[in-house]
Design a protein around this ligand. Structure first.
Ligand code: ADP
Ligand code: ADP
Length: 223
């Protein structure tokens, strides 16, 4: 069945059309890549999914629910890892994850938090604040934060920007494992090799349009 359905979505910033009539369906369990150069509209599309950007027109559903009229439910189904790293400096890693669990009404989430800390190699950083974390650790905390409520659909917006090779690989191992457990993964990237290595299906965006969408195999053969 369908994880996400995007129909006729348009978004402009003043005179600039960031998204032009986007139609896109992503199936449950897919590892889907959104590939395109800077400015193609990837972040705008992800922003609309997450409710941070208001679309001008069109409809978006997540697991069959409209993102506007069923905002609370769709928000719970999504785990969005944004590009920009922002944390409250006054909370430790564990407190950050506990607070975020609270947003979703989860009272005792310690089992899930411990699992995430282990999986993302943050266990020995649990009691320190974001100011003491390296860039790579902050990136991992950002991912953990997006996953505390165990969402069905995980969206990663350029997650490996500025991340070293070793961390990148362990990050991918974890994301691949989530996908094998049935989670839908959406990844935006401007690296063709990254999309090729990971995704089942890839959409290529440019100047607010999807110019190509196909399975990885067909896409590689057509380039
Ligand atoms: P990306 O790395 O996704 O291409 P950009 O560098 O285009 O991101 O933009 C980074 C952030 O700055 C975006 O989140 C967007 O909201 C904002 N932004 C981008 N372009 C403009 C613009 N022309 N005017 C105002 N804000 C912008
Ligand atoms: P991508 O993520 O593919 O790099 P974006 O969605 O960030 O693309 O940007 C698409 C276009 O919209 C770019 O030209 C960008 O400068 C512009 N843009 C993005 N956010 C804003 C904003 N808040 N205000 C004005 N222009 C923006």
């Amino acid at each position: 069945s369908r994880a996400i359905k995007i129909e006729n979505v348009n978004k402009s910033y003043g005179d600039l059309q960031a998204l032009a009539d986007i139609d896109l369906e992503i199936k449950q369990g897919e590892f889907f890549g959104l590939l395109g150069p800077n400015g193609a509209g990837k972040s705008t599309l992800i922003g609309i999914l997450g409710g941070l950007v208001k679309k001008d027109s069109g409809q978006v559903t997540v697991l069959g629910k409209d993102i506007i009229s069923d905002y609370r439910k769709t928000k719970k189904s999504l785990g969005i890892v944004p590009q920009e790293i922002t944390f409250d400096p006054y909370f430790t890693v564990r407190e950050t994850l506990e607070m975020h669990s609270g947003y979703f009404g989860i009272k005792d989430n310690s089992a899930k938090i411990d699992e995430l800390l282990r999986a993302l190699s943050l266990k020995d950083k649990a009691e320190i604040g974001p100011r003491e974390l390296s860039g790579g650790m902050k990136r991992r905390l950002l991912i953990a934060k997006a996953l505390v409520h165990d969402p069905e659909i995980i969206v990663l917006d350029e997650p490996t920007a500025g991340v070293d090779v070793e961390l990148r690989n362990s990050l991918w191992d974890y994301v691949i494992d989530l996908n094998q457990k049935g989670k839908t993964i959406i990844l935006t990237t401007h690296y063709l090799e990254e999309a090729e290595a990971l995704c089942d299906r890839i959409a290529i965006m440019d100047q607010g349009k999807i110019i190509k969408i196909d399975s990885k195999e067909n896409l590689i053969n057509s380039i």
